[in-house]
Write a protein that binds this ligand. Structure first.
Ligand code: XIL
Length: 313
C-alpha cells in the first residue's frame, strides 16, 4: 500500500486523524490529511465552546470547513463531541441552571448540532469522558445537575436528532482491563439493558511509551462481545523529549501492536490518530517534557511509527 488509507482499506478498516482547523491552510498539512486518511475528526471545531461561544450565537465556520474537506476527499466523519465536562463555553460552565432548563439546553444542543450535519456524519461521540479513574461516574456539572440519567437522555436525543449516525461513548485510560474500563463496561451494560441507543465505544488511547496495556485486545473484545462497535479514537504514544532513535523504534512497535489488537477484533472498525504530526500535537502543551507522540515528525516526514502502522494494517 502507498498510503495509510489504502492499507487500512485492505483490512476493511478506516484510518482517521484529528484535524486542527487552523492548519488546513497549510498545503503540506492539508495534502497529508486528504491523502493518507479515510476519516476525520475535528480536534476542537465541534466542541461546544467552539460552536456556541455565547448562548444562542453559533459559529459553524470550523465545523463546516471540515465537513466540506471530508466530502471533497471521500472521507468518513466523526463528530466530536456533544456532552463533555471540558471545553464548555463560559455561559454554560458558570451559568446557574435548574435541572429542567439544563436538560433542555443539552437536548437542544444535541438536536441543533447533529441536525446541522444530519445524514453527513458517520459517527458521533455523544458523551465524552464521563468516568473517574476508579470507574465511578465523573462528578461533572452534567452529573451534578441532572444525575446519571443525563447519559441515557443524551443518547436518546442523539438517536432522534440523526437516526443514521452511529452513537459512541468515548473515554481515556479505558484501553486495557482496569478499574476504569470495568466501570465503562458496567455502564454500557446498564445502558443496553435499559434499551438506550448506543452503537459503540471509543477508546481514546492517549498512551505512554512502554506502557501499552497487555490486555488491550482482550478489553476491546469484551466490549465487542456486547454487540458494540469498538474504535481507537484518539491514538498517540508520547515519550519524554527529546526523542531518540531507539525510542522512536519502540514507539513504532507499539503503534503496530495497537493496530494488531484492533485487527484481531472483528468489530473494531478503525483507528483515529490524534493529529499526525509532532508539530501540531496537543501533547507538549498538556504534558510537560513529553511529546514526539505522533506518526510524522515536525517537518511532516513519516516516522518509523508511520511505516509500522501502514504495514500492520
Ligand atoms: C484536546 C485538543 O487536542 C487540544 O487542542 C485542546 O486544547 C484540548 O483538547 N480527549 C479528548 C480530546 O476527547 O478532545 C482532547 O483534545 C484530548 C483528550
Amino acid at each position: 500500500a502507498q498510503t495509510l488509507r489504502e492499507a487500512a482499506a485492505s483490512s476493511g478498516r478506516f484510518i482517521g486523524t484529528a484535524v486542527a482547523d487552523h492548519r488546513l491552510n497549510d498545503s503540506t498539512y492539508r495534502n497529508i490529511a486528504a491523502t493518507e486518511f479515510s476519516s476525520v475528526t475535528a480536534e476542537n471545531a465541534m466542541k461546544w465552546e467552539s460552536i456556541e461561544p455565547n448562548r444562542g450565537q453559533y459559529d459553524w465556520s470550523g465545523a463546516d470547513r471540515l465537513m466540506e474537506f471530508a466530502a471533497q476527499n471521500n472521507q468518513q466523519t466523526w463528530g466530536h463531541t456533544l456532552v463533555w465536562h471540558s471545553q464548555m463555553p463560559g455561559w454554560l460552565e458558570n451559568g446557574n441552571f435548574g435541572a429542567a432548563e439544563f436538560r433542555q439546553i443539552m437536548n437542544n444542543h444535541i438536536d441543533t448540532v447533529m441536525g446541522r450535519y444530519r445524514g453527513q456524519m458517520d459517527r458521533w461521540d455523544v458523551v465524552n469522558e464521563v468516568l473517574n479513574e476508579d470507574g465511578s461516574l465523573r462528578n461533572s456539572k452534567w452529573l451534578q445537575v441532572l444525575g446519571e440519567s443525563y447519559i441515557a437522555d443524551a443518547f436518546r436525543a442523539a438517536r432522534q436528532a440523526d437516526p443514521n449516525a452511529k452513537l459512541f461513548i468515548n473515554d481515556y485510560n479505558t484501553d486495557g482491563v482496569n478499574a476504569k474500563s470495568d466501570g465503562m463496561y458496567q455502564l454500557v451494560q446498564r445502558l443496553l439493558q435499559q434499551g438506550v441507543p448506543i452503537d459503540g465505544v471509543g477508546f481514546q488511547s492517549h498512551m505512554i511509551l512502554d506502557q501499552i496495556p497487555g490486555t488491550y485486545q482482550q478489553n476491546l473484545q469484551r466490549f465487542a462481545d456486547l454487540g458494540l462497535e469498538v474504535v481507537v479514537t484518539e491514538l498517540d504514544i508520547r515519550m519524554n523529549t527529546p526523542a531518540d532513535s531507539t525510542r522512536l523504534q519502540r514507539q513504532a512497535q507499539q503503534y503496530r501492536s495497537v493496530t494488531e489488537a484492533c485487527l484481531a477484533v472483528s468489530r473494531c472498525t478503525g483507528i483515529t490518530v490524534w493529529g499526525f504530526s509532532d508539530r501540531d500535537s496537543w501533547i507538549p502543551d498538556w504534558f510537560e517534557g513529553e511529546g514526539a507522540a505522533n506518526i510524522y515528525d515536525e517537518n511532516y516526514q513519516p516516522k518509523p511509527a508511520y511505516y509500522a502502522l501502514r504495514e500492520a494494517f
